[in-house]
Design a protein around this ligand. Structure first.
Ligand code: ADP
Ligand code: ADP
Length: 228
């Protein structure tokens, strides 16, 4: 079964005269595949991502993760790794404890959670920094910690909302390359939200283009950008 199978997601904000933020959005992401949800600001990308994550209740539609129907489950029971734009880390916790937080919340004993966190930190090349406070990190390091935290959920699905948008161009280019290699290593399904065509092309094998709440085009990244 695919890492993600989202079927006919619809969401309207503000009643009948409100905004149709998502309309009949269907998306699948296979294990090991990276899909970019691409479109201009306000087209509904974050709404779709939040519905999949369980942070927003859709008016209609269903979400399956790894073959399991999670439509009615709260976010923490969906086992989805999340990286949002403003990667809020816990400033009072060490890097390791930030990454171990998810496994701890799931009820794993401290040593097991710490071991999972160390593994995730190694994946993002931060194995040495576990005991640092997150306030001592550079922007790029902090973003990698956020990624490690998402990876430590050990889920079949990773959701990233504009993961590089808060970084300067140099860091963005550096992390773009790292992310691609990382996605290949972890083998999870990745759904990436971005308004940046270059980012979509660099990171995703498949692209779904969104306009005004609907997916208007979907296909291999190279084909989508050849015939815009
Ligand atoms: P994107 O992620 O592509 O920028 P969003 O999903 O954030 O788009 O927003 C889609 C539309 O829904 C926009 O018009 C936005 O203003 C509106 N919207 C998003 N969240 C809310 C909300 N909580 N209440 C009302 N309108 C919202
Ligand atoms: P993004 O840039 O990821 O689309 P936004 O900055 O648009 O996110 O939205 C940030 C938060 O504000 C979200 O929780 C969203 O639900 C809420 N929001 C966005 N647009 C509106 C709106 N028109 N009315 C009320 N809340 C909104």
């Amino acid at each position: 079964s695919p890492a993600l199978d989202a079927q006919n997601l619809s969401k309207r904000y503000g009643g009948v005269n409100g905004i149709q933020a998502a309309k009949d959005v269907s998306l699948t992401v296979e294990a090991g595949e990276t899909v970019a949800l691409l479109g201009p600001s306000g087209c509904g990308k974050s709404t779709v991502l939040r519905i999949i994550a369980g942070l927003e209740v859709p008016d209609s539609g269903a979400v399956q993760v790894g073959g399991r129907d999670v439509t009615a489950l709260p976010p923490e029971a969906r086992h989805i790794g999340l990286v949002f734009q403003d990667y809020a880390l816990f400033p009072h916790l060490s890097v390791l404890d930030n990454v171990a937080y998810g496994p701890r919340v799931r009820g794993l004993p401290r040593p097991t959670a710490a071991a999972q966190a160390r593994e995730a930190l190694a994946l993002v090349n931060l194995a040495e920094l576990g005991s640092r406070r997150v306030t001592e990190l550079s922007g790029g390091q902090a973003q990698r910690v956020a990624l490690a935290r998402a990876l430590a959920t050990a889920s079949p699905l990773l959701l990233l909302d504009e993961p590089l948008s808060n970084l300067d161009e140099r860091l963005r280019a550096e992390l773009r390359g790292e992310l691609r290699a990382l996605f290949a290593r972890v083998g999870a399904g990745v759904l990436l939200v971005t308004h940046d065509q270059r980012e979509a092309l660099a990171l995703a094998g498949r692209v779904a283009v969104m306009r005004a709440g609907q997916i208007v085009q979907q296909g291999a990244a190279r084909d989508v950008f050849r015939h815009p």
